[in-house]
Design a protein around this ligand. Sequence first.
Ligand code: NAI
Ligand code: HPV
Length: 473
Amino acid sequence: MAQAQNISNAHPSGDSQRHLSVSTSPTAAFQSPLSSFGGALARRGVPKQLKPFNTQDIKILLLENVNQSGKDILTAQGYQVEALKTSLPEDQLIEKIRRLTQYRDVHVIGIRSKTKLNEKVLKEAKNLLVIGCFCIGTNQVNLEYAARHGIAVFNSPFANSRSVAELVIAEIITLARQLGDRSNEMHRGAWNKVSSKCWEIRGKTLGIVGYGHIGSQLSVLAEAMGMNVIYYDVVSLMALGTARQVPTLTSLLNQADFVTLHVPELPETKNMISAAQLAEMKDGSYLINASRGTVVDIPALINAMRSGKIAGAALDVFPTEPRANGDYFNNSLNGWDEDLRSLNNIILTPHIGGSTEEAQRAIGIEVGDALVRYINQGVTIGSVNMPEVNLRSLTSEESDYARVIFIHQNVPGVLRRVNEILGEHNVDKQISDSRGDCAYLMADVSNVQTSDLRDILENLEALSSRILTRVLY
Ligand SMILES: NC(=O)C1=CN([C@@H]2O[C@H](COP(=O)(O)OP(=O)(O)OC[C@H]3O[C@@H](n4cnc5c(N)ncnc54)[C@H](O)[C@@H]3O)[C@@H](O)[C@H]2O)C=CC1
Ligand SMILES: O=C(O)C(=O)COP(=O)(O)O
């Protein structure tokens, strides 16, 4: 392991035990700078490997069976990676964070949709630099708290959207033909050949609620199978193919034979489909939810299915989901799980919308790369809670340069003070941006010695607006 020097990445906690030690002798190679910078880099030489710390000091906790592709990218950097197959409930996660690091806390946590990184958990992870959500949704993380504490959050915004869209296509036909019920009957030994209330999907209307990455992809697939597509979204969006945006949710519910939900978990989408909305749906129509469990009022759906108003449903997500695989889908989970199980023509799946080899591998690479770029270079492109900031990489010819990162409160006068500090040196390039209350400044300074770096770090740390300071070189 390289000899650590005494300069630290200073964390808002201010606790000296929470600092990263830094080293001038990096031991592992930095990977793949952003491709959009390829031209400039080719002209300017080989990108410099910024390694201000012993990479072995970076401690990463991965939960929820993150794909091997992501683990490989992180371990190739020399980081210490501990990977768990399951999620952990709040108390066990806090305990794990404490135990994992003994004296210094975890720097990176990687999760999927299940693990809740709320304020209570994040407060415990005092040296946390960055969170990787190896999925689309980020509702499980307190993004605002993270930003206020200089913790960047990354996700994979569309690598599993095709997988979800394909699952929904499969469910539309499965519901229309009552395939689940026929298959279950055959498994029990019963031959039940029926055509009553079994339909082709050709010519039927699909109503998509939320026309984002998944909804719009689904729109194209559904039209290719002869469906008419309408959609409702809070923003006005370009229709693909011959799909048509409708002005209200009610209008969509009144017209659609199949309603499928692709909205994020938000206060506005909680119980978005409840008794009143189910009543607006066509008699004998179908409901599909592969978004978040909170979007559908499930007891209301159970009533609507019992009455025959809704002819079938597919649910991939639930308000409470178990933290691991096992015999958990009973009333102790949500209270109504066994009522759901007793209904006809309902497809129940354990949140597998994005669970394909292709999606998981792509997500592992995308989020793994984003974490490495952030840890090693400070680049925030793709962050969901911080301003997106990039700076052309330093090259190997630029040996006495350092990259200064100053995350600070977005208040007047900070840039002047920062530039008074950096102005003592040659600032080669600098960029700054803000998002809400959080601002992110990145500057490359040249002709700097180790003692200069120490001064820069200490002076920036003394500014009252500082959230987190890092010096990379
Ligand atoms: N079942 C699974 O395994 C998976 C579930 N998901 C869930 O699907 C959700 C959607 O994913 P994407 O399409 O990638 O998201 P996206 O962000 O690309 O699209 C969401 C769309 O919903 C719209 N929207 C937001 N609030 C709305 C409201 N109140 N009414 C109508 N429209 C509203 C937005 O304007 C946006 O167009 C994710 O947030 C995630 O929760 C995502 C991936 C896998
Ligand atoms: O990507 C998402 O938001 C999903 O819901 C998929 O979550 P998962 O990675 O399967 O826990």
